[in-house]
Design a binder for this molecule. Sequence first.
Ligand SMILES: [Zn+2]
Ligand SMILES: [Zn+2]
Ligand SMILES: [Zn+2]
Length: 256
Amino acid sequence: MHTLNSISHGWPRLKQSVSNRHMPGHTSREVLVIFSSLTTCDPSNIYDLIKTLKGLKIRVSVIGLSAEVRVCTILTRETGGTYHVILDETHFRELLTFHVKPPPASSSSECSLIRMGFPQHAIASVSDQDSKPSFSMSHLDNSSGPGLTLGGYYCPQCRAKYTELPVECKVCGLTLVSAPHLARSFHHLFPMDAFQEMPLEEFEGERFCEACQGELKDKSVFICPVCSSVFCVECDLFIHDTLHCCPSCIHSQSTS
Ligand SMILES: [Zn+2]
Ligand SMILES: [Zn+2]
Ligand SMILES: [Zn+2]
């Protein structure tokens, strides 16, 4: 994600966003504009720029601080972004945090493989005679002290040490992540399909939720489109917000 903060004559230099075209094709390219001006004065034709952004599949979202500006409406509509004008400070925070989550991967984005390393956290204790504190590579370019520590994450390729993940190894360039990081980004990029909602009266079958085994009493039931299992409202919410996978689908996968 590329956030612009350069403002020229009231209109953000959107042109700069075009320069992040060197990003690999599997990544999503996004620009978030926080816009407070009511006028735009871009030296070149803004509509040409919108066309270019659309062509490069760069999604532009705008958070307006004052009032709706027509050019922003067109810009976000054409590039597939969102456009909101804030109501107050809390609303602004809400809108901003909404953009923290990456958007789902589009089927049109190209696939490429990335080499990744999954270093284990090595713990060394002070009482251990052989363990010696060592520098972490992540402290090389920040000024916060030498950072001599015992233990850490060791790059599986070159044994460089890091104290935090995810990181790109400064020595060999390998992307170092932990499995939970990967799982977390996976469910953001490939969100689960919504379950099919059906009124309880129309539902024929055993009136028990597949997940909590409770009796289905609410107005609607939710059906997984893949395995046709039924779930209650609470379980549907829990599955989509927390689990990110259908428990019945997983169960049938492991038994088959
Ligand atoms: Zn390395
Ligand atoms: Zn349930
Ligand atoms: Zn299922």
